[in-house]
Design a protein around this ligand. Structure first.
Ligand code: DX5
Ligand code: ZN
Length: 214
């Protein structure tokens, strides 16, 4: 199975965001991963719909928007209008997860659901058939550059088993050349990588390394 690579712009140089996105686009990225944090659900504040709208004209790659915010329902339409192609919400942040997923679909974009390392897969089992993507956090969300949590690996296998071959099973946090191998082996087909891509000068080589093609 060839994996898709989704560079997370959290580790990019925000003052040169358009150029950074063009570089990873040219370097073979499949998605652009955008980390939205509100300072409540996670202890960091990052990007809002304005930035999604600003980067939209600079790439044709799907914008994979990862919402780490409370009250996600309030902002879904805004992110869809700003140019998101996939919107993922944390199961821990939505009171009525099924409704939130339907809202994402009604906004015209693909729907994803995310769980933290300590959240069991059974929390999302009832909605797996409704989503296009399941994102498994392999760090506690909030910051780039953290260490991969290996105890999440059996959850990747579980989600692949439940979702079947068509589901996008994405992994986010601490992904590098070595941990990418473990994720692929467990059944993930979309790998998010922030520091492992943007902290390297040659983005094409970094992406190929994570994909496992060099
Ligand atoms: C963490 C974010 C990640 C982050 C990953 O909360 O969701 O997308 O950018 O960064 P690395 O790849 O450096 O762990
Ligand atoms: Zn993310």
């Amino acid at each position: 199975m060839t994996v898709k690579i989704a560079p997370s712009i959290l580790s990019a140089d925000f003052a040169r965001l358009a150029e950074e996105i063009k570089e990873v686009d040219k370097g073979g990225a499949d998605y652009i991963h955008i980390d939205v944090m509100d300072g409540h659900f996670v202890p960091n504040i990052t990007i809002g719909p304005l930035i999604v709208k600003a980067v939209r004209p600079h790439t044709n790659l799907p914008l994979d928007v990862h919402l780490m915010i409370e009250n996600p329902d309030m902002y879904i339409q805004e992110f869809a209008d700003a140019g998101a192609d996939i919107i993922s919400v944390h199961a821990e942040a939505s009171r009525h997860l099924h409704r939130t997923i339907q809202l994402i679909k009604a906004s015209g974009v693909k729907a994803g659901v995310v769980i933290n390392p300590s959240t069991p897969v059974c929390m999302i089992e009832p909605v797996i058939a409704d989503v296009d993507l399941v994102l498994l956090m392999t760090v506690n969300p909030g910051f780039g550059g953290q260490a991969f949590i290996e105890s999440v690996l059996p959850k990747i296998e579980q989600v692949r088993e439940l979702g079947g071959p068509e589901l996008d099973v994405e992994v986010d946090g601490g992904v590098n050349r070595e941990t990418a191998l473990l994720c692929k082996k467990a059944g993930a087909n979309v790998l998010v990588a922030g520091s492992a891509v943007f902290n390297k000068k040659d983005r094409e080589a970094a992406i190929a390394e994570i994909r496992g093609t060099v």
